[in-house]
Design a binder for this molecule. Structure first.
Ligand code: FES
Length: 102
């Protein structure tokens, strides 16, 4: 699907916060960070931990369960290259609305 989908109002998600949303059964975490907005599959590729509850730091999110770190741009696991990368999504700001392409 190429058309952007509106998932939130930018005002809903303060800097440093995240929001979970469901697109056709796919659970995606949206992050508002000092580096910008990012969207990534919510389930950690280790054992399914909720990345939306993870700690944000310099463009990475740390899984709250066993501390795997994922790059929010590439989806690669930086702390353990053996773990599968996660899908990331382009985030677009359209006025006050936050959209993703997926
Ligand atoms: S479930 Fe994420 S590091 Fe284990």
């Amino acid at each position: 699907m190429d058309n952007p989908i509106t998932v939130a109002s930018a005002k809903e998600i303060p800097l440093g916060q995240s929001k979970l949303f469901d697109v056709c059964g796919k659970i995606i975490a949206l992050f508002h960070t000092p580096e910008g907005w990012f969207a990534i599959d919510d389930r950690c590729s280790h054992r399914g931990g909720p990345l939306s509850e993870g700690k944000l730091e310099r463009g990475c999110v740390t899984c709250p369960w066993h501390q795997a770190q994922f790059d929010l741009v590439s989806g690669h696991c930086l702390s353990n290259p053996k773990l599968s990368s996660l899908k990331t999504y382009q985030v677009i700001l359209s006025g006050e609305m936050v959209q993703i392409r997926w």
